[in-house]
Ligand binder design. Structure first.
Ligand code: NDP
Length: 386
């Protein structure tokens, strides 16, 4: 029986993971489930899957969590430290699906115990890619990408030599505002931004899809995970979201990964790796799809892409600063403190400001280095006027 833990169990990725586990419960022993504010969901999942421990990130919610699992042999805990301790509990496979920088510490703990890390939390790679992968190598942990684009690249590269890769093309749906005139974007509201044309995802990543900050993060993720030169990484808009990524090789051949926009493909691939096992998810009928469309992703319309390229070139601690600035800009947009287009302006202004400081051009030695940059950048991004 495989021991598994799910960090961010109550979210979109977490629930899709549990949906796959539910279909084959006898094969898994759940060690830990963690969540944030959705205690009702966490309690429901705890009652169904009987983990050893359930953790909420928020200590004030611990009494409700304890009450929800009372009478069951399940420990309940709360807070960031308790989440990290849960990631230290021996497990064979760990899903990292907390949203934001809060997912980094448990990702690091997971690889330090040598578990297979299924990595949905893109912030782990964007803020600390080299550190995470070095720790994984040191402790014999396998890291499997769960972001659909990176899972697609990973699958296209199976049996291939990375040195023969000429280009990696990450596709983008274009998000909620793909067909909006540029002039209307300044007035786009959070409610309008949090509807995705193809994917059903958490609120933050959905808004990031509309602004292309999600794609920007994915470009950085690609560079970090596959250790590939930024000049070889491209993005194009593909409205159907059926081709998730394309890898071009030095003999002119290209491998495209095609699948329905359903995260259970990528999660299931990571769960069953290195085998492929039957997954009861939608199959595509090419005769009804009819066509695949592609458009250039205009960096003038989507400044997030230009900023990501700059961050990829700079490397070091710039990913941590980029992510923190982006998270604060998103928070400010959600509460209508700034407009939709201002998010990129905040991030760009923060990066310009940090250019003068100049101490981000150093290798991140540990989590503390990254969290320091994260905190300092957040303070800056909160106060910047645009
Ligand atoms: P959701 O917002 O749906 O879920 C996030 C999870 O993190 C929830 O369990 C939430 O708890 C928990 N959480 C929120 N804040 C904290 C905190 N401070 N500390 C600990 N836990 C917290 O996000 P998604 O599932 O959409 O995304 C999760 C990650 O996966 C993100 O990094 C995202 O970019 C990435 N990803 C997501 C994809 C998708 O299809 N959804 C695709 C590819 C990558 P609660 O809900 O109980 O408050």
């Amino acid at each position: 029986m495989r021991r598994i833990s799910i960090f961010g169990a109550t979210g979109s990725i977490g629930q899709n993971t549990l949906d796959l586990v539910r279909r084959d419960k006898k094969s898994y022993k759940i060690v830990a489930l963690t969540g944030g504010r959705n205690i009702a969901q966490l309690v429901r999942d705890a009652r169904e899957f009987h983990p050893d421990v359930v953790v909420t990130a928020f200590p004030e919610l611990l009494p409700a969590l304890k009450e929800g699992v009372s009478g069951l042999k399940i420990e309940a805990a709360a807070g960031g430290l308790a989440i990290c301790e849960a990631a230290d509990r021996p497990a064979d496979w760990i899903m990292s699906a907390i949203v934001g920088i809060a997912g980094l510490a448990p990702s690091l703990n997971a690889v330090r115990q040598g578990a297979t890390l299924a990595l949905a939390n893109k912030e782990s790679l964007v803020t600390a890619g080299p550190l995470l992968l070095a720790q994984a190598a040191e402790h014999g942990a396998v890291v499997l990408p769960v972001d659909s684009e990176h899972s697609a690249v990973f699958q296209a590269l199976l049996g291939e030599d990375i040195a023969s890769v000429e280009r990696i093309i990450i596709t983008a749906s274009g998000g909620a505002f793909r067909d909006w005139p540029q002039a209307d974007l300044a007035h786009a509201t959070p409610a309008q931004a949090q509807t995705h044309p193809n994917w059903l995802m958490g609120r933050r990543i959905t808004i990031d899809s509309a602004s292309m900050f999600n794609k920007a993060m994915e470009l950085i993720e690609t560079k970090e995970f596959f250790c590939i030169d930024e000049a070889k990484i491209e993005t194009i808009i593909h409205p159907e979201s059926l081709i998730h990524a394309i890898v071009g090789f030095n003999d002119g051949g290209m491998m495209a990964h095609v699948g329905a926009p359903d995260m259970r493909h990528a999660i299931g691939f990571a769960l069953n790796h290195p085998k492929r096992q039957h997954l009861d998810v939608a199959r595509l009928d090419f005769t009804t799809i009819g066509q695949f469309r592609f458009f250039a992703a205009d960096e003038a319309r989507y400044p997030a892409l230009r900023l990501a390229r700059e961050v990829m070139c700079k490397g070091h601690l710039w990913g941590a600063a980029f992510n923190a600035a982006k998270e604060v800009a998103l928070d400010r947009f959600i509460v209508s403190d700034i407009g939709f287009l201002d998010m990129a302006q905040v991030v760009e202004a923060v990066l310009r400001e940090l250019d003068h400081v100049g101490d981000l051009n150093t290798v991140s030695r540990d989590l503390q280095d990254i969290l320091q940059v994260d905190q300092a950048t957040r303070e800056l991004a909160r106060t910047l006027d645009v």
